[in-house]
Design a protein around this ligand. Structure first.
Ligand SMILES: Nc1ncnc2c1ncn2[C@@H]1O[C@H](COP(=O)(O)OP(=O)(O)O)[C@@H](O)[C@H]1O
Ligand SMILES: C[C@@](O)(CCOP(=O)(O)OP(=O)(O)O)CC(=O)O
Length: 488
């Protein structure tokens, strides 16, 4: 059945936190446990003009013959305008060009101002795929609005209190996108996933079929995200954005290595084959286990933003260099971490999401908490060895001090420095109880690091984010279009 684009399509995708498996997950032999968050990025696609050969009043004129219309009106060029209205001047206007020799569809920014490689690449990839598979090649003109849940950016230094700057469910951040302080929830992966999915749904599918199309949307989003960031990472963030919380095993990088750039001859066919998993030599081999996993009843996860006066770039390169030069020692460390991380995952999924009577639940939460606490400590010990051996601040001393301090708070099960580690954040597993949150906030009120850091860092402020474990991946937001009205 042909799909006629409805006027508005909206899809959202969640942010992520890699609880365990940082660095390991870059290697297919190992896995990472990634939790989707309840902070999401939303992409709303509006069809401004559907048929470029007819002006809008002619659309309804049934007496006119198509031939006359085509001759009478100059076609409007296809265009896409993307806005991120929570930020100052965040508008990207694109012209659309079809490349020769099956090179695909390429957009070119028309307006002044900084480029947005994640938006631009998502458009190139999604429009190339769409124009290859859709009934109508004519895009017309599209307006896309990007909206991010408030926790993606910390805005403590902005004027006006936060409630004054809320419009509907979303906040006016009052700064330029490049000046916003990111909280590390994986904004680019959620953005790319939501944007390519919204465009593909808009032109080729019924929104209710979103879940069925998850594999293809995943492949498309991974390809676009890797191209935009200029490297093939593990892709756990895109994996969680599409499928939600899971245990993730990466895809073989060779799947994307021969795709080439948009505009190169044959790109549209190669992209189609990659998205639809038709290349017998390079089948997609990403593995998602425990998809949509939830925390056991009685447990909760909180993220804390750490303000620290030190940054160490290229951590991944350095860790992998150390691993290459110390293969045996590294393998044994990687294996120990994997075994421990797996035990933690098994522990967390015991009865995860299942409700029982309150007494049984409380007893189970006690037992899970005790075991999880030991496993988290063990994981940290191994990450500290990794820190020391590789000379990379995965769990630097100021973070050890912070994690020890929070772990001593009644009701905190344990915490780690998520993902690549470093100074940006900590993630804590806690008993799901407001009093624990209050105790933590009390600790953070005047928190400052006291120890001398091994890499020169100093923590000046710790702030608990409002974001919590979310579990769900991409979501059709067609029923919630009202949430966006204040911003469209
Ligand atoms: N709300 C948004 N609107 C438009 N683009 C965004 C938005 N959030 C993130 N991006 C894009 O993603 C980039 C940030 O990606 P990156 O530095 O990889 O951070 P992260 O670790 O959060 O993914 C921004 O420079 C911008 O291109
Ligand atoms: C090192 C890694 O395994 C994990 C990095 O996790 P983060 O959550 O720190 O990632 P960013 O959001 O890109 O900063 C690299 C990878 O898997 O790609």
């Amino acid at each position: 059945m042909p799909v006629h684009p409805s006027t508005t399509t909206a899809v959202s995708a969640p942010g992520k936190v890699l609880l365990t498996g940082g660095y390991l997950v870059l290697d297919r032999q190992y896995t990472g446990t990634v939790f989707a968050l309840d902070a999401r990025i939303h992409a709303v696609v509006q069809q401004l003009q559907r048929d470029r050969n007819r002006s809008s009043n002619q659309l309804t004129d049934s007496t006119e013959t198509p031939q006359n219309t085509d001759e009478a009106v100059d076609p409007q060029p296809e265009s896409v305008v993307v806005r991120s209205p929570q930020f100052i001047d965040a508008v990207w206007e694109y012209g659309v060009e079809r490349c020769e020799q099956g090179g695909g569809v390429k957009v070119t920014q028309k307006n002044e101002g900084p480029k947005n490689p994640f938006v631009e690449t998502s458009l190139n990839y999604a429009l190339t795929y769409i124009s290859y598979v859709a009934d109508s090649k004519d895009l017309g003109s599209l307006s896309v609005t990007i909206l991010a849940d408030n926790d993606y950016y910390s805005d403590a230094n902005q004027p006006g209190n936060s409630s004054q700057r809320n419009r509907g469910a979303f906040r006016d951040f009052g700064v330029k996108l490049q000046d916003a302080h990111k909280t590390g929830l994986g904004s680019s992966a959620a953005l790319v996933t939501a944007l390519v999915s919204a465009l593909v749904v808009h032109r080729t599918m019924h929104p209710e079929d979103l879940i069925v199309a998850r594999d293809k949307l995943h492949n498309l989003a991974q390809a676009a995200h890797c191209a935009a960031q200029g490297k093939v990472g593990s892709g756990f963030d895109v994996g969680a954005a599409v499928f939600g919380s899971c245990s993730y095993r990466r895809f073989s990088p060779s799947i994307l290595e021969e795709l080439g750039d948009v505009g190169s001859p044959g790109f549209e066919e190669r992209l189609f084959s990659t998205v639809e998993d038709l290349d017998a030599k390079h089948p997609w081999d990403t593995e998602f286990m425990d998809v949509g996993m939830k925390l056991p009843p009685g447990l909760q996860m909180v993220l804390c933003d750490v303000d620290c006066g030190s940054q160490t770039p290229s951590m991944v390169r350095k860790v992998l260099e150390w691993r290459n030069q110390n293969q045996e020692e590294a393998d044994s460390l990687w294996d120990s971490l994997q075994a421990n991380n797996e035990k933690l995952r098994q522990e967390l999924r015991r009865n995860a999401g299942n409700r029982a009577d309150p007494e049984t639940e409380a007893a189970l939460a006690d037992e899970v908490s005790k075991h999880a606490s030991i496993l988290i400590q063990q994981s940290r010990t191994l990450l500290k060895t990794m820190t020391e051996k590789s000379g990379v601040p995965i769990e630097p001393r100021v973070q050890t001090e912070l994690l020890d301090a929070v772990s001593a708070v009644d009701g905190v099960i344990g915490g780690v420095v998520p993902g690549a580690g470093g100074y940006d954040a900590v993630v804590l597993l806690i008993r799901d109880d407001m009093e624990v949150i209050q105790r933590l906030n009390q600790l953070f009120e005047s928190y400052q690091s006291q120890v001398e850091d091994d890499f020169g860092g100093k923590i000046d402020r710790v702030r608990m984010l409002g974001v919590r474990h979310g579990s769900e991946g991409i979501r059709d937001e067609q029923a919630n279009l009202g949430n966006y009205l204040a911003w469209l």
